[in-house]
Design a protein around this ligand. Structure first.
Ligand SMILES: *Cc1c(COP(=O)(O)O)cnc(C)c1O
Length: 368
């Protein structure tokens, strides 16, 4: 789709392989690796990335919603796929596509049991999530006895894994809170293993959990943002490679005379003679409007060109007065992690939102 658009997100397959092996080197050889490819692999292109991870030997993949899992299956991905946040209305689709649900409440657990009974299946792989502090999804630790009793009485389900999610794994000021989560998870998972006499995969750590809490790796880790090139500090990030490079080309260059303005609502009025370049990417593509008026920048010929006036839906105008450039020249919106993190912080957000927000109308192009 969209092979004619000059703005493109280049996906570097060597970078994803590098990052995968970097995190593999941080865990024990026996610890499993779940690659988190939700939200189009954080905006990077889920199918291409899942294929690369599958080839590299990833143990599990995770998506947020059922549709995302279906897209991977339809593209021929065979690895087990955990759906982190299935919705009760559409649970039967999981069976058609061999997707494994996270069952996080009595409501969804009981509904899934009905779905499995109706389909006359047995031993279907499921994952159970406990809420150890995030208060987002999951059973309460005090629900554990009832969960155990339901699982004992329903052999239609096979408890493949039990997991929880850390609240502040990147924040070492919250060490005590995190340790509490780790202890609580350990206790819960021990009780379940003992009373059901099984050994489900236990997993707790996201990217910064892997980096900061070796004690919390358990049997599997769930790595998302790290795969795409971002650690939890500059030092870790410097060991990773950026997967998605966002680039475009200059559509047109204008000379702006003193007193003339640039963009909607005359957002920028020039006091001198300057040169502006128009780039075909805008707020509909994930370029936040609060980057307008010299807050954000792109890179042209290795120099920063700051935004002039307001960000439009499909375009931005940047100041190229002191940059040697011509119409058609290459423009980087970001080409390294520092660019992404800087633009994110200038938009008052974080790298996660910056990269997942790149619109789907921008084609993804696999390189390397
Ligand atoms: C998104 C997500 C992850 C991945 O987190 P990163 O910080 O991107 O590594 C792991 N586990 C769960 C439950 C998630 O929702």
């Amino acid at each position: 789709m969209n092979k004619t658009h000059v703005t493109v997100l280049e996906i570097d397959s060597k970078a994803i392989i590098h990052n995968y092996h970097y995190f593999k080197s941080k865990i024990k050889p026996t610890t499993k690796f779940m690659g988190v490819v939700k939200a189009f692999a954080y905006g990077n292109e889920a199918v291409a990335i899942a294929k690369i991870l599958e080839k590299e030997g990833v143990d599990y993949l995770a998506v947020a919603f059922i549709d995302e899992g279906i897209a991977l299956r339809e593209a021929g991905i065979n690895k087990p796929i955990l759906v982190l946040h299935p919705q009760t209305e559409t649970l039967h689709h999981l069976l058609t596509y061999q997707l494994e649900p996270n069952l996080y409440s009595f409501r969804i657990l009981n509904q899934f049991i009905e779905v499995i009974k109706t389909a006359k299946l047995n031993n279907y792989p499921i994952h159970v999530k406990f809420n150890t502090g995030l208060n987002r999804l999951g059973f309460k630790p005090t629900d554990v006895d009832e969960v155990i009793s339901i699982l004992k009485n329903n052999s239609e389900l096979h408890l493949t894994s039990i997991f929880s999610h850390l609240v502040a794994s990147e924040d070492l000021n919250e060490r005590a809170f995190t340790q509490n989560q780790i202890d609580s998870f350990k206790k819960l998972s021990d009780q379940i293993s003992k009373e059901l006499n099984i050994n489900p995969i236990r997993h707790l750590s996201n990217t910064s959990g892997v980096i900061n809490y070796p004690d919390a790796h358990f049997d599997m880790v769930r790595v998302g943002i790290g795969l795409y090139g971002f650690g939890n500090d500059t030092e870790e990030t410097s060991k990773l490679k950026l997967v998605g490079t966002l680039k475009s080309r200059i559509s047109q260059i204008h000379t702006i005379n003193p007193g003339e303005s640039v963009g909607y609502n005359r957002g920028f009025i020039s006091s001198e003679t300057i040169k502006s370049a128009t780039i075909p990417i805008g707020h509909a593509d994930g370029i936040h409007r609060n980057l307008g008026n010299k807050v954000g920048y792109v890179t042209i010929n290795n120099q920063k060109a700051y935004f002039l006036g307001n960000v439009c839906m499909d375009m931005i105008m940047v100041d190229v007065t002191n940059i040697q450039c011509e119409e058609g020249d290459e423009v980087f919106i970001f080409k390294n992690q520092e660019n992404v993190e800087d633009l994110a912080s200038r938009s008052n957000t974080i790298s996660y939102e910056m990269i997942t927000g790149i619109s789907q109308r921008i084609p993804r192009k696999l390189i390397n």
